[in-house]
Design a protein around this ligand. Structure first.
Ligand code: UDP
Length: 333
């Protein structure tokens, strides 16, 4: 059992970060949140959690927080994550996802903080040749978003070797769902993710849901993705703490349920959960979407004892629906 830790959660007011902060609190750790609130929501953080509105690339400010709060471990969730935008505006992605992360790592090393947990992505695999995806598969991203995440992974490996940084990089599949009590959940502007968009189509906040591609080589012609509950993701970040006690430790884990759902299956599941009809429009493929992505997460299960509590996508959607019912306008409401 690991000791209680002082953890700086960078991007802790964002979707996955804020859920992780709750889990850290529940496990008795001491989270401190750093977020510039470009995408994050101040309301997602309970008042008792120390909060700093700050850029992660601000070395002086971050260094002071690390010292003042006696931080022992940094979790890094802050990133730009719109795949399409990364293609048209790659500068923004290299600057925010890579250069700013480098500054954050420098602040850590300057202040003797050597434990790091990084949010990576299945987008680092590009279009995988075999499924389910195992960690050892070749990584060949097909967009700048995935490339910046892979660049950070490689940087971390070098830093572990040279400077004794201990890190875990989690390659998320499709994060989904919300806290079981419906108090926090997904609220992106603009929203691009399938499940919240389908819920909006069900409730009439959007006219319809467009299915991006119905001619993929999959059983029903629509893309297969591995939707994993945000609380399941969060628990892995805490389960890995013991692994970071060894200097220079370098770990990579896939986090997914291993059970793919098609776009059509998600729409059907939303209809069942909400009892509402979803208006559907069949549309062209979206550029850069691989037909199928799903995880072999047996490494995380084996090494971290990680077991998903939400193996069924309907149960995941139920939590997203509860959040939506309680907060139809997201945090803005
Ligand atoms: N998708 C869709 N219509 C939408 C949004 C998404 O058909 O309005 C599809 C998308 O093509 C992909 C899946 O839903 O196959 C999940 O997309 P999302 O953007 O949620 O996550 P991604 O897999 O891109 O990380």
């Amino acid at each position: 059992m690991n000791q209680k830790m002082n953890v700086l959660v960078v991007g802790g007011a964002g979707y996955i970060g804020s859920h992780c902060v709750r889990q850290l609190q529940a496990a008795g750790h001491h989270p401190v949140v750093l977020d510039n609130l470009v995408f994050g929501h101040r309301e997602s953080i309970r008042p008792e959690v120390p909060f700093y509105e700050c850029d992660l690339g601000d070395r002086d400010a971050v260094g002071k927080i690390l010292r003042d709060e006696s931080i022992e471990l940094v979790m890094h969730f802050a990133a730009f994550a719109f795949v399409g935008e990364s293609v048209t505006e790659p500068r923004k992605y290299y600057e925010n996802n890579f250069v700013a992360t480098l500054r954050l790592l420098e602040s850590m090393l300057d202040n003797g903080v050597k434990k790091f947990v990084f949010s990576s992505t299945c987008a680092t695999y590009g279009e995988p040749e075999t499924l389910p995806i195992v960690e050892t598969l070749q990584q060949a991203p097909i967009n700048p978003y995935g490339q910046t995440k892979l660049d950070v992974e490689n940087c971390l490996k070098s830093f572990a070797h040279a400077y004794g940084l201990s890190f875990a990089a989690f390659r998320y599949f499709n994060a989904a769902g919300a806290a079981a009590d419906g108090s926090i959940g997904e609220d992106h502007t603009p929203e691009t993710h399938l499940i919240p968009l389908v819920i909006d189509a069900a409730t009439g906040r959007r006219e319809n849901i467009k299915i991006f591609g119905t001619d993929y080589p999959t059983p029903d012609g629509t893309c297969l993705r591995d939707y994993v509950h945000v609380d399941d993701l969060s628990r892995a970040h805490i389960a890995v703490f013991d692994k970071l006690d060894i200097e220079g430790a370098a770990h990579f884990y896939n986090l997914g349920t291993g059970r793919p759902s098609s776009v059509r299956e998600i729409i059907e599941a939303v209809e069942v959960v909400t009892g509402l009809k979803v208006p559907v429009v069949e549309d062209e493929r979206r550029a850069g979407d691989p037909p199928a992505l799903y995880a072999d997460a047996s490494k995380a299960q084996r090494e971290l004892g990680w077991q998903v509590q939400y193996p069924n996508v309907k149960e995941i959607i139920k939590t997203a629906w509860r959040w939506h019912e309680k907060n139809p306008s997201g945090f803005g409401g």
